[in-house]
Design a protein around this ligand. Structure first.
Ligand SMILES: [Zn+2]
Length: 165
């Protein structure tokens, strides 16, 4: 069958970011550990799904998503200072460390340390891939209909549909 809404897709991918024509490897999912997801329910980037729509087992494709269609443009204002007092117990984190933070609504997000001074730790709240174009190399390993359980849960249960979650 071909990839349509409510099918479960298993695929391998290699993800690179692209800036100034240079490709930088980010991550991959291989045959031993493919990406498995319920298609068409908003779990994946919409443009990602658009590019693989209608493909079938064995098909390969590579495509690029511009930043606006991926994780968005970088927001230069999404940089904030955390008082050094916050790190009395844990110690001041090094530049580059990613801190798991929570706002007062309970939303979790990640903040990357970009600058450290005795008074404050400056963090960047942008998604790590914000502002970057993404390049995907994909092979479709399997396409099947979602089970009733998967549809009611809104996610895939592994390649064969019988895995726990
Ligand atoms: Zn489930």
């Amino acid at each position: 069958m071909t990839i349509t809404p409510n099918s479960v897709v298993a695929l391998t991918y290699k993800l690179h970011t692209i800036s100034n024509g240079e490709r930088e490897f980010v991550e991959e999912a291989d045959q031993a550990n493919p990406l498995v997801f319920l298609y068409g329910v908003g779990m994946m980037l919409p443009k990602f799904e658009e590019n693989i729509n209608g493909l079938k087992q064995g098909d390969t494709i590579d495509f690029e998503l511009v930043a606006a269609d991926a994780y968005g443009e970088k927001d230069e204002n999404a940089v904030t200072q955390l008082p050094a007092d916050m790190f009395k117990e844990s110690g001041i984190p090094p530049i580059g460390e990613v801190l798991p933070l929570q706002d007062n609504q309970g939303n979790q997000f990640r903040a990357r340390v970009v600058e450290v001074s005795p008074e404050a730790v400056v963090v960047d709240l942008n998604h790590p891939m914000a502002g970057q174009n993404l390049h995907f190399d994909i092979e479709i390993l399997n396409v099947r209909e979602a089970t009733a359980d998967e549809l009611s849960h809104g996610h895939a249960h592994g390649v064969d549909g019988h895995e726990g979650h």
